[in-house]
Design a protein around this ligand. Structure first.
Ligand code: FAD
Length: 288
C-alpha cells in the first residue's frame, strides 16, 4: 500500500468527483475486491485512496420516473432486504442469495461488483437481463456532468469497463418490469455456496400462451465479460416451450458460448453446463 500518499473520505458527490477529476484516485467502496487484489499484488493504488462510503448520493433504492434506481453503495445484504427490490426485481434477490457469505454480503456493494467487471460477477447477469443502465458522474469544466449507458455496453474485458478514470459510478437504473414479465437466474459452482460461478445464466421475457417474448438471455463466466446472448435470444423469442422447442434453444445456447479452460472448468464442461442449465431453466419456465 506504500503508493498511497493521501486518504480522502468525501461527504458529497461534488467532493468525490472533484477528487477524481485528474483520475489520480483509487475508489474504495466495500473493499472486498480491492483489498485481496492489492494483497495479491494485482492492483497498484493511485496517489489518493478515496473512501466513498459517506457519499449520500450513492446510497438507497427508490422508484423514480418508471425506473428502480439503486445507489452504487447498496450492499448485497441491503439489496436482499429491500422491499422494492423484492417486489420488482426478485431475480436480483435470487442472485444475491448465491453471493458469498453474510460477512462479505454486508460489505460488498453493487457498484463494486459492477466496476470490478468480473465475467463471473453474480449481480451482473440479472442486471443485464433487466436492461439496467449505469449512471456515471464526473466533473467537467467546473460542473457536475452525468452520462448513462446500457450495462450491456459497459464491460470491455476482464476487470475493464468504459468508465473513465475521472468518473464515479453513481448507481443503476432498471425499468420497472411490466406485468407478465418473468426473470430467472441460475448459478453453477463446484460448491453449493461460497463459490465463484463456473457458469451463470439469466433469462427474462414476457410469458404468454406458453412462449416468451421480448426475450433477454445473459451468460456469466463463458467469455471475457458477462455477455448477452443474441442468438439464444432469437431462438427463444416466441418459441413454444415444449420439449422440442426447449431442446432447440438449449443447443443454440451451447453453440453460442465460447468459454475457455481454466482452474474451475474446461471449455467443454462449461458448454455442457450452459446446455443443461438452459434446458432445466426453460423446463421450469414452462411449468410455471
Ligand atoms: C471471500 C469472497 C467471496 C466473494 N464471493 C463473491 C460472489 O459469490 N459473487 C461475486 O459476484 N463476487 C464475489 N466476491 C467479490 C466481491 O465481493 C464483489 O465483487 C463485490 O461486489 C465488490 O464490491 P466492493 O464494494 O467490495 O468493491 P471494492 O473492492 O471496494 O471495489 C471494487 C472495484 O470497483 C471500484 N469501485 C467501487 N465502487 C465504485 C464506484 N461507485 N464507482 C467507480 N468505481 C468503483 C473500485 O475502485 C475497485 O476497482 C467475493 C469476494 C471475496 C473476498
Amino acid at each position: 500500500m506504500n503508493e498511497i500518499q493521501q486518504y480522502f473520505a468525501p461527504t458529497s458527490l461534488g467532493q468525490a468527483v472533484e477528487c477524481l477529476k485528474d483520475g489520480e484516485a483509487t475508489i474504495l467502496a466495500g473493499g472486498t475486491d480491492l483489498m485481496p487484489q492489492s494483497q495479491a499484488g494485482k492492483l497498484k493504488f493511485k496517489r489518493t485512496l478515496m473512501n466513498i462510503r459517506h457519499v449520500p448520493e450513492l446510497i438507497g433504492v427508490a422508484v423514480q420516473g418508471g425506473d428502480v434506481c439503486i445507489g452504487a453503495l447498496t450492499t448485497i445484504t441491503e439489496l436482499m432486504d429491500s422491499a422494492l427490490v423484492q417486489r420488482h426485481l426478485p431475480v436480483l434477490v435470487d442472485a444475491c442469495n448465491h453471493f458469498a457469505s453474510d460477512q462479505i454480503r454486508n460489505a460488498a456493494t453493487l457498484g463494486g461488483n459492477i466496476c470490478n467487471a468480473s465475467p463471473a460477477g453474480d449481480t451482473l447477469i440479472p442486471l443485464l437481463v433487466l436492461d439496467a443502465q449505469v449512471e456515471l458522474a464526473s466533473k467537467a469544466r467546473g460542473k457536475l456532468s452525468w452520462r448513462r449507458l446500457p450495462l450491456a455496453e459497459f464491460f470491455t474485458g476482464p476487470g475493464k469497463t468504459r468508465r473513465a478514470p475521472n468518473e464515479l459510478l453513481v448507481g443503476v437504473r432498471i425499468p420497472l418490469p411490466q406485468p407478465g414479465r418473468v426473470a430467472y437466474f441460475h448459478k453453477f459452482g463446484t460448491r453449493p455456496a461460497l463459490d465463484i460461478s463456473t457458469i451463470s445464466i439469466g433469462i427474462a421475457g414476457t410469458l404468454k400462451q406458453g412462449a416468451l417474448s421480448n426475450v433477454r438471455v445473459a451468460f456469466g463466466a463463458v467469455a471475457p465479460t458477462p455477455v448477452r446472448a443474441p442468438l439464444t435470444e432469437r431462438a427463444l423469442e416466441g418459441q413454444r416451450l415444449d420439449a422440442a422447442g426447449i431442446a432447440q434453444v438449449a443447443q443454440v445456447a451451447r453453440d453460442e458460448v465460447k468459454p475457455i479452460d481454466d482452474v474451475r472448468a474446461t471449455a467443454w464442461y462449461r458448454k455442457e453446463l450452459i446446455h443443461n442449465m438452459t434446458k432445466s431453466m426453460l423446463d421450469h419456465v414452462a411449468d410455471a
